[in-house]
Every structure is written in C-alpha cells, then in structure tokens.
Design a protein around this ligand. Structure first.
Ligand code: SF4
Length: 459
C-alpha cells in the first residue's frame, strides 16, 4: 500500500500483547509494515498487558495505551495498588492513551455499578492528563455515550463501534472518532456498512482488533495488522469515491494521527517524563537562548518521549497532570523541560508547591535569566519553592557566553551572574553546570565557579 513513496497506514487498535503473537511478533510487525501499516496502537486490558504493550511499543517504535477493560477489572482488595501500577505505565515513553476502558453489558463479568465506577475513573484520568480515551462498548453503547461528559477536551475513540443510527449521530455530533473492524467486510453486515456512511470521513478510523475479528478473506485465521488493507478497501468502496487505495489509507492514517494527538497539527508533547530515577516536568518549549549545544537544535524529544510543545500547555492541564500521576517514589521532580521553565514562573511556583506538599523533592534547572523580568524579591520567592537549583553557567565570561549561548536578553551574562548571587544568598542547594564539548574553556569556567563558591557539574 504505497502512498507516493510513503507507506502510511494506521491500525488504530491491535492487541499485539496477547499470547497469540508470542512466537512470531517480529514477523507480524514486519509483515504489517510491508502491507503499508506504518503505525499501530496497542491497547491493553489490565496492568500486565499494559506493561507488555509498552514494551512492544518501545521495542518496535509503535504506540500503546493503558487501562482496565470492563471485563478485566481488579479485585476489590487490589484496586488501589493496581490503579497506581497502571498510572505508572502511563509514564512510559510510547504509552500515549488511556484505553481500552468502557462498559460491557454483553458479558457482564462485573456489575454495571463497578463498571461505571471504573469507566468514570478512566475518563477523569484521561481528562486530567490530556490523553486520548479509547472506549469499549458492547451492548452498552447508549450508556457509554451517557456517561461521557458533554464537554471533554480530549479525543474520544469509540472502538469497534456497534451503536445504532441515532447513537452514531450522537457520537458524530460530539466529534468522537469511530473505529471500524473486520466485520465491515462480512457479506451479511449491511447494517454496519450503512452506518459508516453516516460518519464524516475525518472521524473514521480503521482497526483490526487483532487477534480477533479477521476481515474477509481471512476469516477463521488469527487476525493481524497486515490485514487492515481489507478493511481500508471496504471503506474505499463505501465512500464511493474515485479514490486510490493509497489515498484512502492516507486519509484514515491522518484521522488516527489526529485521534492519538500524533499529527503535526495537534501533536501532544509529554508534560511529565522519566529520566533515570527522576521525573521531569516539561512546561514550555520557549527559551530566550539559542545555545550551540541545545538538543532542541537536532531533535524533538528524548528517549522515546516527544517534548516539543506546539504551544505552552494550559496551566490547568500541567497542574492536573502532576496531580493525577504517581510522582511519589521517584528521587525528585525536576522542572527542566525542553525550554526555560522560569518563563512560566507563576505556574512553576504552583507546580513546585503542589509537588512538595506530596513530600516529593523538587529541583529547578534554569538558564538563570529570569532576573531580566522578575525583581530580586520575586526571584527569591521563586527559588524558595524548590529544594535545589541547577544553573546553566555554560561559559567562563560574557564574551564566551554570547558565543555559546546567544540570547535575546540584553546583558544576559550580567543577569546570569545576578541570579547566581541571589541563589547563593537564598541558601538553596545550588550548583552550576557547563557542557563538556560546547567550546567553553573548562579550566577558566572551573576557576569562575570556585570564585562564585558554587559546585560545578560538567555535563
Ligand atoms: S538555555 Fe537550555 S533550553 Fe535554552 S537554548 Fe540553552 S540549552 Fe536549550
């Protein structure tokens, strides 16, 4: 399935974590790529499968989601620990959605009350962290739509949708994405094919739900992401457009990219990410400097995380993300980001206070230029919110600094020196840093750090 030399196809729901793929997973992924499926989202059903899905996603450059399926809810005595374990998986680099969660009135493994309670928890978690929500509904389409709040700020994906016409119209009016699977290709399934015509082209997703629901002509076999092509072919026929399979696949790929916030138009950057034993908080991609060594010059992320914000994430989202995630148990929370965090000093203070109130240590990594827009008292107040501060010294003097870290801030070196002195006066645990291969004179930088009475970290 080639698209102008680029193979772009998205299997938006594929359970590669199941044991059905244990023996030949690498081949299944390879076959899917040969069939033009460039992207796969692996949803999970509990903690164990969320962990496996995250591992597969990281290994094969795919994406995963974490949630409890309504048929796989935790036993009462383990609810708290399991929920915590699941939320920790959301911190993994390629885990980008909450799913699949929802309601299942067909099997009714658990009471409707318990299912609704867990569905609500997942909705709130997705909303708090800004992650897309993948919803399972079987025999409970109406109840699912009722429980989903009218004003959600996250993409909602109604996976393997089986609602009737009016429920579909309701879902469409709320701009939910709707996933269709192999049964669309079954001869007898005219009802589903008619339903597809009611869904706007930019809201339809294709999914295999592998290893289940194989499309024609693979019925009776284990389903695989490579078989996505059969569903795409059926969609093309239904759209009745004079459109190539490549173009159809591309439109469906774009839809899934938007649904999962991976599209260049709405790409979501990670606000909280793991690095070593610490958690890092990324609140802006803006910076006054253009350091010659800055990783932003060459990449948009780190260790599988996407860190370049299209826009500053809203204050409410940053705070609710920190609040929702299990930050306890990490060495510290570092406010560093993919830009200069003090540019959002008010938010920074609120985040630091919220973190410290949970007994977690905080560190600020900064370029030390906030004295250009905050007065000394404001800088002192800001510093007092943290347990430690790491300041990018970068150079041994103004001339060298201007060469290595050109800045939009006039007199940037003077502001940096002022900040270092304020940090010293505040008594906060402080250090300065320099990058090894940036071109700075390390001996002279060391001597300067000694004069400033600051420990120096060479990075
Ligand atoms: S101060 Fe930090 S974020 Fe800003 S350009 Fe330099 S290295 Fe990059």
């Amino acid at each position: 399935m080639s698209s102008g030399g680029n193979d772009l196809g998205f299997d938006s729901h594929c359970h590669l974590h199941f044991s059905h793929f244990e023996e030949d997973l690498a081949k299944v992924v390879e076959d899917s790529r040969e069939a033009g499926i460039s992207h796969i989202l692996i949803p999970s059903i509990d903690v164990e499968t969320a962990e496996i899905s995250a591992n597969i996603a990281e290994r094969y450059n795919l994406y995963s989601a974490a949630a409890f399926h309504p048929e796989h809810l935790p036993e009462e005595e383990h609810e708290e620990s399991e929920w915590l374990a699941l939320k920790r998986i959301l911190l993994r680099p390629r885990t980008i959605a909450v799913g699949e969660t929802g309601l299942d009135y067909h099997h009714k493994t658990f009471s409707p009350e318990k299912q609704h309670r867990w569905f609500q928890q997942h909705i709130e978690l997705a909303e708090a962290t800004g992650y897309p929500l993948i919803v399972h509904s079987r025999g409970a389409e109406e109840e699912v739509l009722k429980q989903l709040p009218e004003s959600l700020s996250i993409p909602v994906i109604l996976h393997c949708w089986g609602g009737n016409e009016s429920l579909t119209d309701n879902a469409v009016s709320r701009e939910f994405y709707i996933g269709v699977d192999g049964p669309l290709t079954y001869k007898k399934n005219r009802k589903l094919r008619d339903l597809i015509r009611r869904i706007p082209r930019d809201k339809l997703l294709v999914e295999t739900d592998s290893p289940f629901l194989p499309p024609e002509p693979f019925r009776g076999k284990r389903n695989e992401p490579a078989y996505c092509r059969s569903i795409v072919l059926q969609v093309r026929e239904l759209w009745g457009a004079d459109m190539s399979i490549e173009k159809t696949s591309y439109i469906l790929w774009e839809n899934a990219m938007r649904a999962y916030q991976l599209h260049p138009e709405n790409r979501k950057a990670d606000i909280v990410y793991r690095y070593g034993e610490s958690l890092y908080v990324n609140i802006t991609s803006r910076c006054q400097n253009s350091c010659n060594f800055c990783i932003r010059n060459s990449v948009d992320g780190l260790d599988g995380y996407h860190l370049k914000h299209l826009h500053d994430p809203p204050e409410k989202l940053v705070l609710s993300t920190i609040e929702a995630l299990p930050i306890e148990g990490f060495k510290e929370l570092v406010f560093c980001g993919f830009g200069e965090p003090t540019l959002r000093s008010d938010l920074l203070m609120r985040c630091a206070e919220a973190t410290r109130s949970r007994g977690v240590k905080t560190r600020l990594n900064t370029n030390g230029l906030c004295t250009s827009f905050l007065d000394s008292q404001q800088v002192t107040n800001l510093l007092q919110c943290f347990d430690s501060v790491s300041i990018s010294l970068n150079a041994s003097g103004a001339k060298e600094y201007n060469r290595i870290s050109p800045s939009t801030v006039p007199d940037s070196w003077e502001h940096l020196m002022k900040f270092i002195k304020l940090a010293k006066r505040t008594g906060i645990h402080s250090q300065v840093s320099v990058v090894n291969k940036s071109g700075a004179d390390l001996q002279r930088t060391k001597a300067l750090a000694e004069r400033l009475q600051m420990p120096l970290r060479i990075r």
